[in-house]
Design a protein around this ligand. Sequence first.
Ligand SMILES: C[S@@+](CC[C@H](N)C(=O)[O-])C[C@H]1O[C@@H](n2cnc3c(N)ncnc32)[C@H](O)[C@@H]1O
Length: 259
Amino acid sequence: MKVCNTHRVNMYQVLAAVFNALEKRPVIAEVGVLRGENALKLHAALSPARMVLADSWSKEANKAYSPFDQLPPWVSPVEEYEYYYGGSLYDDETWERLYQECLAKFVDMPEVSVIRADSIGAIEKIREQTGIEQFDLVYVDANHQYEYVLRDMMYYQELLGPDGIMMLNDCCHSHHGTRQNLGVLEALGSFMKRSDFIPVAMTNTDWSDVILVRRDSVLVKLFDMALSNSDVPYVEVPHQLVTAARVVYGAQRANISFV
Ligand SMILES: C[S@@+](CC[C@H](N)C(=O)[O-])C[C@H]1O[C@@H](n2cnc3c(N)ncnc32)[C@H](O)[C@@H]1O
């Protein structure tokens, strides 16, 4: 696994190089979309043949933030993150506004389908409304709690063919992540034991992104070539180390440590 000193948007260029090598205009999905800002960046980098954006855009998502009636002291109340969503997370208006902001971004792009449903309910709707059975890339960024993100990975792997790619956002252990009860990195550890996916790249950033491919896929070699031919600085570590990763905060920047 290459730990890459770069941000996720630069990794989209690496993905583009890989799809280019495969001579493929990819079919892609983002699960957990918010305003569609990241989806727009994915679209710009990859010019997908088809793209699906799935999000519940619903206050129901709050219910899954913590399973406990009393929030543990190391987890911040969701109210602390209202600035990110632009309003109360308990208010339907906030979610409707986010949904409309997203729709407006893609209104002139017929290749983009927007599905308003929870990540699991979205799977059937994707089939019904788009006829898409298989994706080349699924970007998973919906509910970040352990059981939910593990469930998303388990279900969405079925929508990825032998050369499918899964990308995870916020796949880190960090002080800020713990405050949000993030379980993405821990879910990845379990997913790796239950599936044939392995991580081939991780960003050396807080809120890290991780790229996963099937261990016997041609993509292992293609990502190796795409990254070694790029100007992205990286260090290579055994992929099994990924679950040991944690974010350490220096005076100037955050880094990933495996010790
Ligand atoms: C961190 S935001 C996504 C940000 C976006 N991917 C980006 O990078 O700009 C998480 C999104 O997941 C959605 N979400 C949370 N739980 C969900 C679930 N169970 N199913 C579908 N969407 C969900 C929320 O509505 C929210 O818009």
